[in-house]
Design a protein. Structure first.
Length: 91
């Protein structure tokens, strides 16, 4: 399987996982905005985990700023920055 197909298969897994997570928590939400905030948070977190090498294939992907050529996840696991940076609820 090509690297591109591996990547998109990982994205499909992320989509399925996030849908199942949010379906299991759906009844806890009384506010649609909170539901959407947590859905986007879970999706971004899982995507950044994939970039950091924590997907099912354990491949690490470089996230590169194409203007400066800086690899932004070279020395840090960027998924760990989500909790302090992105909005999410405590549900």
């Amino acid at each position: 399987m090509s690297g591109q197909m591996d990547f998109f298969n990982e994205l499909k897994v992320i989509q399925d996982v996030v849908v199942n997570i949010m379906l299991s928590k759906e009844n806890k939400y009384t506010d649609t905005e909170d539901l959407l905030i947590d859905t986007t948070y879970e999706t971004i977190y899982k995507l950044l985990e994939l970039m950091d090498g924590y997907g099912i294939n354990h491949k690490k992907y470089e996230v590169k700023d194409i203007i400066t050529d800086e690899i932004i996840n070279k020395t840090v696991s960027i998924h760990n920055m989500c909790e302090d940076t992105l909005s999410h609820t405590d549900l």
